[in-house]
Design a protein around this ligand. Sequence first.
Ligand SMILES: [Cu+2]
Length: 221
Amino acid sequence: MLNEIINLRTINKQLNYMTKNIMLLLCGILCAQYAFSQNSISLANSNAMASNIEKPMSHDHMAMNHVSMTDVPAAKAVRSADDAAKRVTTMPASWKGVVDKTIALGTLPGLKFDAAAISVKAGSKVKLTFNNKDVMPHNFVLTDIGAGTEVGQLALKLGAKGAEMDYVPSTPKVLEYTSIIDPNKSETIYFNAPSKPGSYPFICSFPGHYIIMKGVITVTQ
Ligand SMILES: [Cu+2]
């Protein structure tokens, strides 16, 4: 009997130890992945800057193309026009300065948005400012009805190219998004609320955050 108890205790200890190790390993992989992709971006940027310096005043077409490419942040170069249209950071001219709904969304420590439930009218003109007050980078991704988890999982599958895509997968299930916002930075996006009433989940798609960092925008008639 005593032997069995001792055995059980040993097994329990080993299990605890294994769980801790697996958690540490997972954290390590996520951090390394993020750091790696951040480094590739800054390398790409510095290479682009270097080639710019070589030919600053040239007017041939190749060089002009080259210069205009460097004007586009490396992080956005990977996007299709459709995906880029889901992150509009200047007010559309057709709005003529009129916004129906202004949303200020922030973050809290512990992978949380500071508002879990937001309500907007169908089709209304929304100005959303995402202000990251946390110590970790986060983003805001509005998804189609019921698609929060699916989009979070697709973001995980982006792997090494995730960072340059702001961890936003290319899918119709993503409706609007901000880029990944560093601590104490913010970004404002403009979009028309969905025309179909319903519950539209929003998440942070930074790897793994979607599991708990989420909320819902309720679109009303
Ligand atoms: Cu996050």
